[in-house]
Ligand binder design. Structure first.
Ligand SMILES: C[S@@+](CC[C@H](N)C(=O)[O-])C[C@H]1O[C@@H](n2cnc3c(N)ncnc32)[C@H](O)[C@@H]1O
Length: 360
């Protein structure tokens, strides 16, 4: 007997339905692996705009073996990722283009399917659960620093610069005139490089605790010929002890930090009197039960176990906030505790994230 009948909190007591839920995840695991394969083998790209295709045609276009291609096509149609047009012919629907074909599109998803990388993450979890210690982003190796890169560039060029920065009090004017800016937890550097490109009069510092991320961004800054960006391999808690920055950003990273309070205190010290700190963090509510209607909630806890909370637990005594941990209540409490008095939430109609503008 279940304790309540609310479908958001109760699994119900129909054993067939429960079995379907369980096996549906097993099916999802396999379909995910086949999406990874289809992306790597260029199947989706080869089908884009091609109309209905049979296995022989797709095999010829991609240089793969026809019988194996046919089974993959059937699986994709069974998974409702391809239209079945009859006579063993299959078509990629228009809705798939942004998600599975166009690697430059901000909603491109096919590149996010981890494939063999998943086995490594899973293996590490055994040790994590036993010791309580997680893995930092640096432990994810050079490959890890690239994850989500296209999406981050799209967000920087389409959202951060044209939409978000202009809505912050006085920031765009300062960046145009010449400001000193830090991106703490800069990751693959999309934001710091896009800003450096857009505001040549300003000086930018990208700071990250992962040496792989720093090396990646240094390489890209050189390729882009940017002379106004400097990279530092450092912990955010080691920001300069005196007022230095006119504008400082932390995007999607406070919840990953082992010592968020120490980093926030360092941000407070290093921000000029008239400076602005801009935060992007995962949209979540303080109480677990209030998040239960989020359609991708289980996936978010998976990201947390394999990435965010793992990073935030990667030192003894790590705060371990995790993917959904820097919710508005925690954010405001930590930010005010550091001595900041101005805390404003922005609604940029981003279903995945919340944004805050913080000043002394
Ligand atoms: C999810 S990534 C976000 C990267 C980037 N800001 C973005 O939005 O794409 C989190 C980054 O924070 C970095 N990080 C975690 N803890 C840090 C700390 N204490 N100081 C500096 N960087 C940190 C990680 O190395 C990682 O590159």
């Amino acid at each position: 007997m279940t304790s309540n009948s609310d479908p958001a909190t109760s699994v119900g007591d129909d054993p067939r339905r429960y079995a379907f839920t369980v096996w549906n995840y097993r099916q999802g695991e396999i379909v995910a692996a086949m999406i990874y394969l289809g992306n790597e083998l260029g199947f989706y790209k080869a089908m884009a705009g091609a109309g209905p295709l049979g296995a022989a045609e797709l095999a010829a276009r991609t240089g793969q073996h026809e019988r194996w291609v046919l089974e993959w096509l059937r699986l994709q149609a069974a998974a409702k990722l391809l239209d079945y047009c009859g006579d063993e012919r299959f078509q990629l629907p228009d809705a798939a283009i942004n998600l599975l074909v166009d690697g430059e599109h901000k909603t491109f998803a096919a590149g996010e399917f981890a494939g063999p990388g998943m086995a490594d993450s899973l293996q590490r979890l055994f040790e994590n659960f036993r010791t309580g210690l997680g893995n930092s982003y640096e432990d994810g190796g050079p490959e890890g620093a690239h994850r989500g890169e296209c999406r981050h560039w799209q967000a920087a060029r389409n959202d951060l610069i044209p939409r978000m920065i202009p809505s912050l009090d006085g920031v765009e004017e300062k960046l145009k005139a010449g400001a000193v800016v830090a991106d703490v937890g800069c990751g693959d550097g999309a934001a710091v490089l896009a800003m450096a490109e857009t505001y040549p009069n300003s000086r930018f510092v990208g700071i990250d605790a992962s040496r792989h991320a720093v090396a990646l961004v240094e390489r890209k800054a050189a390729e882009m010929g940017l002379g106004n960006v400097e990279l530092r391999h450092a912990d955010g808690a080691d920001l300069p002890g005196e007022a230095t920055y006119d504008f400082l950003i932390t995007l999607d990273c406070i919840h990953d930090m082992t010592r968020p309070e120490a980093v926030i205190a360092a941000i407070k010290r290093s921000l000029n009197d008239d400076g602005t700190w801009f935060i992007k963090d995962i949209r979540s509510k303080p109480r677990f039960e209030d998040n239960l209607r989020k359609p991708m909630l289980a996936m978010m806890y998976g990201f947390s176990l394999m990435s965010c909370m793992s990073s935030a637990m990667s030192e003894p005594g790590g705060a371990g906030l995790g993917t959904l941990g820097f919710n508005p209540e925690v954010a405001e409490r930590m930010i005010r505790a550091a001595g900041f008095t101005q805390f404003r939430m922005h609604d940029f109609k981003d279903p995945g994230n919340l944004y805050y503008e913080v000043r002394h």
